[in-house]
Design a protein around this ligand. Structure first.
Ligand code: AMP
Ligand code: GLY
Length: 424
């Protein structure tokens, strides 16, 4: 079987690694890929948003299955483009990917179908939003409606901060048209958990849980990033929480999308907050998390191709989804200065240390092949991942493995998995 993966980050490297393990796959292509993915797949120079070119390539090479890793092409309708040509593709169609593409859509859906989430109002004019802020409770959360690389969410502690936030999103348009509409949402407190689920339009099966670390600096300080590290499973995601979420959140969301004529096939990603009042949805994504995929997929026992094909064929109920009874931790090695200004092109040393080391992975995110070797090519450079019998062991292993890698301006958080100790 020939598989094409669309994307270029650590998530896509993790997906490619799982696909490479499948006994059914002879050849993997990745568009556009990166230097790490190039070690297990043939990278092709087509951008993730060149939808027609991607479909041309899939037709030319007679690709049997295309897996869309990233959100932008999904929201833009890449799945519809592939399906119109009779190509098999894993991911939600445009009318379902809107679950991630519009926060206002997702909030309205949850409200309509009684799915637990924070109270909110939607605004299309800065004036109306500012008026609403006059009588709001603080802290409050402002969210750009559209895609903003996980950075369009502002937590505002005071009215003045919120007023500034409305200006940033709606008037200065820091995130472009993503901020034409904003959601103003009640601030929630609690533990955050990410749960990624396979979906076939009718059935939904959750994978093992994970927790991300979105802020750039230790102690959850600094700016929001794409994610600086993850661990899996979350010790706070108990069987009781899982049972509640399954009924009132996961299946309810699938059913709601179906009722709206937007059958969801692919990965539905739930960002959850475990509040005093019970689990509530912070956000939906329509694809694997990055860096959640890096700790979840290495622990999955099933052949990923079997599971994805079952999703496409509406037969997910026939899959017995299984995960290893262990743990994994991913520490992101970034370029110092990320997510603002940083330098690229630094030579990376020590990648070979991961060769043939069972339970250790170095997933490439922002890397490329340079004249003298592989060099840094982005803010998030590598996702160093290790398994362990339990979370503490996995964390020790992952931090040990970060020492095998060297590049100028290497930066990482030193407290990934701090919550593991708080769970005791
Ligand atoms: P989102 O992209 O919607 O997941 O938001 C990014 C991050 O902002 C989340 O991971 C939370 O840490 C935080 N956040 C979003 N919405 C809320 C909320 N209503 N209350 C508190 N924190 C929030
Ligand atoms: N790690 C969060 C995300 O992928 O959106």
């Amino acid at each position: 079987m020939k598989v094409l993966i669309v994307g270029s980050g650590g998530r896509e490297h993790a997906i490619a690694t799982s696909v490479a393990k499948s006994g059914r796959v002879d050849q993997i292509y990745c568009a556009p890929g990166n230097a790490g993915i190039a070690q297990i797949a043939e990278c092709v120079d087509i951008g993730a948003m060149e939808l027609e070119k991607l479909a041309d390539f899939a037709q030319e090479k007679a690709i049997d299955l295309t897996i869309i890793g990233m959100d932008d092409p999904l929201v833009a309708g890449v799945v519809d483009v592939f399906e119109a040509r009779g190509l098999r593709v894993f991911g939600p169609r445009k009318n379902a990917a809107i679950l991630e593409g519009s926060k206002a859509f997702s909030k309205d859906l949850m409200k309509k179908y009684n799915i637990p989430t924070a109270a909110y109002e939607t605004f299309t004019s800065a004036e109306a939003a500012l008026e609403y802020l006059e009588t709001s409770k603080y802290p409050i959360v402002l969210k750009a409606d559209g895609l903003a690389l996980g950075k369009g969410v502002l937590i505002c502690n005071t009215k003045a901060e919120a007023q500034e936030g409305v200006k940033t999103l709606m008037l200065d348009k820091q995130f472009g048209t993503a901020g034409d509409k904003i959601v103003v949402e009640e601030f929630m407190t609690g533990r955050e958990v990410s749960v990624l689920c396979y979906c076939d339009g009718t059935h939904i099966k959750p994978m093992t849980s994970a927790q991300d670390h979105k802020r750039a600096k230790d102690g959850d300080q600094g700016l929001n990033t794409g994610g600086m590290g993850t661990f899996s499973p979350s010790p706070f995601y108990t069987e009781e929480v899982d049972a509640f979420c399954h009924k009132y959140i996961y299946q309810a969301s699938m059913d709601a999308m179906k009722a709206e004529g937007r059958d969801f096939v692919g990965i539905m990603f739930f960002g959850l907050m475990l509040t005093q009042e019970g689990p509530k949805v912070l956000e939906y994504n329509a694809r694997f998390g990055d860096p959640e995929a890096q700790v979840v997929l290495p622990r999955m026992k099933n052949d990923i191709i079997d599971v994805m094909e079952a999703c496409i064929d509406g037969k997910l109920d026939q899959i017995d989804l299984q995960f290893e009874d262990n743990a994994a931790v991913c520490v992101v090695l970034a370029s110092d200065g990320y997510p603002e200004h940083y330098e690229k092109g630094k030579l990376i040393q020590g990648l070979d240390n991961f060769k043939d080391k069972e339970g250790y992975y170095v997933f490439h995110a922002g890397t490329k092949q340079g004249a003298e070797g592989i060099v840094t090519n982005g803010g998030r450079v590598l996702g160093v991942t290790a398994k362990g019998a339990n979370l503490k062991e996995a964390r020790t292993n992952a931090y040990k493995a970060t020492e095998w890698i060297h590049f100028d301006n290497k930066y990482m958080r030193n407290d990934i998995g701090k919550a593991i100790d708080e769970a005791e």
